[in-house]
Design a protein. Sequence first.
Lengths: 486, 486, 448, 448
Amino acid sequence: MKDTLIFEESREGRRGFTLPAAGISGGAKEDFLPKAYRRSTPAALPELSEVEVVRHFTGLSMKNYGIDLGFYPLGSCTMKYNPKVNEDVVLLPGFAELHPLQTAETAQGTLELLHGLITDLCGITGMRWGTLQPFAGAHGEFTAMKLFRAYFDHRKDDHRKKILIPDSAHGTNPASAHLAGFQVVELPSDPEGYVDLEALEEHLDDTLAGIMLTNPNTLGRFEKDIRLIARKIHQAGGLLYYDGANMNAILGHARPGDMGFDAVHLNIHKTFSTPHGGGGPGSGPVLVGESLEPYLPVPDIRRDGDTFRWASEHRPRSIGRVSGFYGNIAVLLRAVCYLRMMGSEGLKAAGTLAVLNANYLKRHLTSLFDSPDKSLCKHEFVLSAKTWKEKHGITALDIAKALLDRGIHPPTIYFPLTVPEALMIEPTETESRETLDSFVDTLKDILTTAKKDPEALHRAPEKMPVSRIDEVRAAKTPILRWRKER
Amino acid sequence: MKDTLIFEESREGRRGFTLPAAGISGGAKEDFLPKAYRRSTPAALPELSEVEVVRHFTGLSMKNYGIDLGFYPLGSCTMKYNPKVNEDVVLLPGFAELHPLQTAETAQGTLELLHGLITDLCGITGMRWGTLQPFAGAHGEFTAMKLFRAYFDHRKDDHRKKILIPDSAHGTNPASAHLAGFQVVELPSDPEGYVDLEALEEHLDDTLAGIMLTNPNTLGRFEKDIRLIARKIHQAGGLLYYDGANMNAILGHARPGDMGFDAVHLNIHKTFSTPHGGGGPGSGPVLVGESLEPYLPVPDIRRDGDTFRWASEHRPRSIGRVSGFYGNIAVLLRAVCYLRMMGSEGLKAAGTLAVLNANYLKRHLTSLFDSPDKSLCKHEFVLSAKTWKEKHGITALDIAKALLDRGIHPPTIYFPLTVPEALMIEPTETESRETLDSFVDTLKDILTTAKKDPEALHRAPEKMPVSRIDEVRAAKTPILRWRKER
Amino acid sequence: MHPFLPHTDRDIQEMLDFCGLQKPEELFADIPEDVLLKKNLPLADGLSEFEAFRLLEKTAAKNRIESVCFLGCGSYDHIIPRTVNRITSLPQFYTAYTPYQAEMSQGFLQAMFEFQTMICELTSLEVSNASLYDGHTASCEAAVMALQACRDRNKVLYAETLHPFTKQVLRTHFYGTDVVLKEVQAPSGCFSLAALEEELDDDTACFIGQSPNIFGFLEDYTGCAEALHARGAFFIISSNPLSLAVTRSQGEWGADIGIGDTQVFGLPRFFGGPSCGYIAATEKLTRKMPGRIVGQSVDTKGRRAFILTLQAREQHIKRHRATSNICSNQALAALASTVYLSLLGPEGLKETALQNMAAARYLYDRLTALPGITGYAGNPFFNEFTLQLPKPAEQVAAEILKRGILAGVPYKTLDSRGSENLLVVAVTEKRTRDELEAYAEALQEVTA
Amino acid sequence: MHPFLPHTDRDIQEMLDFCGLQKPEELFADIPEDVLLKKNLPLADGLSEFEAFRLLEKTAAKNRIESVCFLGCGSYDHIIPRTVNRITSLPQFYTAYTPYQAEMSQGFLQAMFEFQTMICELTSLEVSNASLYDGHTASCEAAVMALQACRDRNKVLYAETLHPFTKQVLRTHFYGTDVVLKEVQAPSGCFSLAALEEELDDDTACFIGQSPNIFGFLEDYTGCAEALHARGAFFIISSNPLSLAVTRSQGEWGADIGIGDTQVFGLPRFFGGPSCGYIAATEKLTRKMPGRIVGQSVDTKGRRAFILTLQAREQHIKRHRATSNICSNQALAALASTVYLSLLGPEGLKETALQNMAAARYLYDRLTALPGITGYAGNPFFNEFTLQLPKPAEQVAAEILKRGILAGVPYKTLDSRGSENLLVVAVTEKRTRDELEAYAEALQEVTA
Ligand SMILES: Cc1ncc(COP(=O)(O)O)c(C=O)c1O
Ligand SMILES: Cc1ncc(COP(=O)(O)O)c(C=O)c1O
């Protein structure tokens, strides 16, 4: 396989695509443009024929891994199977060619589906209404924080700026809260990731805006005291935000709304099976309870009998728009199709089997890493390679790289930060028992090698297109674009 | 990557696809079927979930090579780029969902295109009319032979059973002629593959049915005496058939009709860019001159003003139907799109550049294999590794296998049978000069290794999922299906 | 520059220079003057991708596609899992050539080995190949196999209830050879052993039957294999392979060769093609098989590996003595069917077959209860049946089409000698109850 | 069994056994009784793939898609090469997660490095990231960058001619913070340096302009960079990147940050998303960049390799002190744009841009020649312009829609305070001359 950049394959004068001859004869000139408005240096884009472009990117695809190639137990990411039909759905011209500024009368199909999706997501989370605008999970978090702000402002409680976030939380939580204008206070958690109730107590004052939690928590445990926590926060005048990245665990079994949360974001690209696309696009709808509904972003979608329309006038206290148009619609439509196929029973079964798979794996694996732990987890669990590091010099990173050579995408590593040498494993419900068994065997094999020939693991990966990459160099002398001179 | 067969991945009770609930309540029973008509042993198909099926076949795709991955200079096969738009065209519901037994009135779009395609192919080959029914090149050959038969029968010349075929011809030529009821006589050819005119002379008697030729010939040379040959055959009462597999060389530059051929088959999956699909589907239309037109297969497509219809009544002497319906329509539609995009100029340019690429490569390569040969070739040329075999024990097969490891599909080897250790190279026009240059470098590198370390080449391939495969064992104790017992 | 032609003007000039040439025309200096084409090809000017697509899109819209389709007779409107096309669209599959270089083609070779296994399973026969052109031409290949297996015979019998197009293809195939084709009468619309025995003699190489037959009815082949084998003739059955999920298979009827078309397994109708012919046979016919066959072997390290095998049968070795002239086959279509069968599995396929059968039965009962409409023959059927209408079927179908329903295939359009009042109706799992009711209503109105 | 759930009943039982459990419910024993959901989720019953697709297909048909579309304002109807979707549909790309494991993700990482390079080239700026959500939110990220780069300032200026939705997103973004947003007036519909200078002070962190602006007109930023830089403020320009093929780029105007949306590069309209935001900046702002950045490095054998870099900016390291909260971005859309740009190349892109410009100019001249219709502002434009109509634009557009033409965006639908007679019209290379003429005719009739 060639290792060249597309720019290095360029030859002056090649074309990979041609346009219809211009209908406006003699029109295609720069003359319209006064000199001052003209570009002076042309953009050095590559020049290739169609087949060369196809080969370049098909070749790149061969150097990439996706769920369709195998197991992807990336904790916190819910890498479940992406149903193929969803990809066809969004390419229907009725969806793909709809312009965002068409009138609502000409977009009834999509509006109906989006309205139905909000309804379904409310049903799944136990909330009242929501917005589909946020483009990703972090954007949903940020949106929810703005809702908190508006809520307090409207109550003239604008001194409430403190947001509590467990130390095990995903980095986007503190970043979103901070960027939304809040002060972040880190809450300690116990070894199983549960909220430290005593520490919580200390913060229940009138500067408290609220708390950002995920449940099951980052270690995959269900926060049993959640109702108590909710009561305490509410009594102190604060609000509760639910990070929905872990929602897959409790689909059909429990709902953030019933736990006492005021706002929820969902990761459509995790829980609802839409492909992650190598980093996005995702979608991060926010659902809220009664208290926050007046502040939801506009435009909202309203149903009047059989017709659907954009509406803003009923939301005078709205925080406004969070997305240029209405979010990642094509991602949301995939989720609509997924929900129609799963239905109420299927979705609950997905939750059950996601948890079954996690517990099955956990039973197999905890004894390899630590003292056997027979307690229940939910959709994921976290192992620590601390002992392996101490005894054999084998880190979580080494284990991850060894997995690459064995054709499996590694778990999330070094997250949460509260667990040393963390390996965070989330199998999801779409994996078969055989896949889990073979993962166990593979890990055992790696750990055997760790004892016998630790060097072999330090050398991994050896079967990938490249071996370990110098991260430090990348960050110290950043090369972030190609240049001809090089 | 897993190496299991899909049957070995099966687990009882899994399903990869579900149906809508049956609309006919209580209906889905076997009761309708009297016992005597029922199947007794179930077919042991595999049982997998959707993601498992997707992973199985995506995994298999990773063990396969296609044009989209790189150079494919497979002589006689015209492995040119397959434009992506063609794949979308055929999936348009108007094409994909059309039933072959719909009335002509409801199939006007497709009939119009097919009629236009015959017209265009006649223009390209210089023939009068044709049929699109044949499913592949060999099927086209067979069809043409049946036309010959009908022609002679109608002239009561039914003792004419002798078909002349050069010894360098593709194996399908003699096979098709023989299966169509003719007696095959092999014609010797000279070292450049030209017809031996003296030998030809011997066969010009009243048992002669005709000759099957390709021009440029199998060695990539243009048969300069073609008009003379045609005159001789015709004078002897015979007919000429043109194997269109080599048509790419002369697109826009010369036409079989003008050379004197009576029938032509085209390989749509070669000359007209349709994908080869790992062995098919292809398409092998047959175009004919005046003499053979009355015998063309039915149904024919006729145009009446602006409407198109199936017609058979005007062909009382037709040989009948050669395909169940009307051939590989979706393959033909891809060719229609290709021709619309290339147009008259583009097609001619394709011919020119195919020949330019071949001559450029030939210049580079002949000196490596034999005494430098500066004569013109057309779209392809044949090298012989005879000297390499004698001197270094390196065969054409060794060179081919060494190319695999270097990421290039090898040329056709051991064809034509008239050239020892043949390597038949056809670059096609869609390859860039850089690709050709790098192919030359790769071959040079292999030949250097041949001298220094011939064993290394015997060991090749080493980077493929498997090394050389035991062909003899496969044929001696054939295992042609999976069985549970194994 | 054209997007499919990577040559820049400079490339062309430099490459010509290297070849010792000045102008591109010189590349064709070896073509005699009197053959060299001096005018332009009579083709329209080239279009951009966008224009070409638009044009074809508009032309496609001139076809009238109806979502309620009861047409069958060899091409059916089944549900196609979306995954099938996703797999066949993988570039490593669809842009590959025939897997001559086995080490670089293990993916396709293995898939074809799996296809062969599935075909063997469905037909209850031992050997299959990696596809033929279609179900019709498969009958020719099967007959040739039989003829080659008993060299001294030249008679091929076939059932009157064979698809008329298959008969036509057979006639063309053997036209001009010494093979004699003979039709075995089926006056009741179904196979009759007595009629077969009347034609059967020591010149007979084989008998080709079809079940479900062209009228949709399942044939009763009791005693047929015995009768043929006793005379040293081969028994060939062509079957819609979906029916094999529930009905007695070719192997179970004692056939030597099973053929048919896998269009029903995940292939769009495509106005008739590409579909994919299948063929399977008993082990002793292995070396008479036409077309590509994939075999299992080992590589130099003893690992399981797949390769095209038994090539000694094929034309590039055997030349005119090859068992068949077939070279390119329908590999990608066979891959689609392999994916389809993998997704459905045994239970899914059986359920599909049963749904087809139940829906066809339901519609048959509904329609034959209408005044003046009767079923054409008495045998059980799978998902297709034939009605005797009180009016010409073409006329009835045209009327029903006005209601957006493709009512079925008027038998006369297949066979000009057939009765004009026969309509062949196919019902798949895709048809909803509402559609069946709408059909019944329409037929009632039209024939009233 | 459900096709997405591979567990057989036996699997479930054996796995439960292994976990020391009897029933699946026990897996949720840790959920307190008062939280455990006792009823079914209020969702419809599950459908098969076929039914779900049909349902969505029918619903899609309730949208009214017109092939003649003059709508713009941030989403455009351009020609999309068919190859783009073929590449983004490759499973190794679309089913991958963020490339955390670089050795297993070199394909996507390299493609993003190429994307970054292309964005730098187009904007004439030095550093780009691997995408943002969209062009609107990109303005927030850019403003945050500027604010972070001059810690003591809290004022963000933006042009009145910014897309009203961008303004709304900015307002929401900074709501509840101490950042002050201030609009720089553009009474003539175009940027005015004088107006900027009026607002510019030492609290100003940046000014955000847009060119082509919301009315389609190109802004004249002569002197703007100098004015801002003299006050220590950053200059941010949002641009339709297609316009950059011919018009003066952000870098060429002296901007510090260039933003926009690559929807015009190979992305369907999709009712607004996914599209793909881009951001590029001068080198000194590198470590203030939001989102993922791919860098070039070497592996242990010295081979060139790509990896996510400068992660110290990101939330998973910096937590609440990160430069941005962005985690998932629009990678696959960025890949589509990279493929698009690779296919078109510099010449193709320029030709596209010129065709857009010429067609827009032609239509503008045609329409403004009609009685009662005038252009809204005087600056040159790219492929979009605004008309002052004699009637409310919504009414005119509704009338023209009856003729199958989406006439443009009534400005008032973007900004309720806007004049109701303004219509923003976009013309792309996809519009044929006939379509332009038909539009002119329709507008004449409707406004007559
Ligand atoms: C727990 C948690 N919260 C939030 C996020 C952020 O989601 P996104 O990447 O969609 O912005 C993630 C993503 O990894 C996550 O795992
Ligand atoms: C010269 C020649 N003739 C005929 C054929 C047969 O064509 P097909 O494989 O389409 O039957 C081929 C195919 O390789 C060929 O190269």
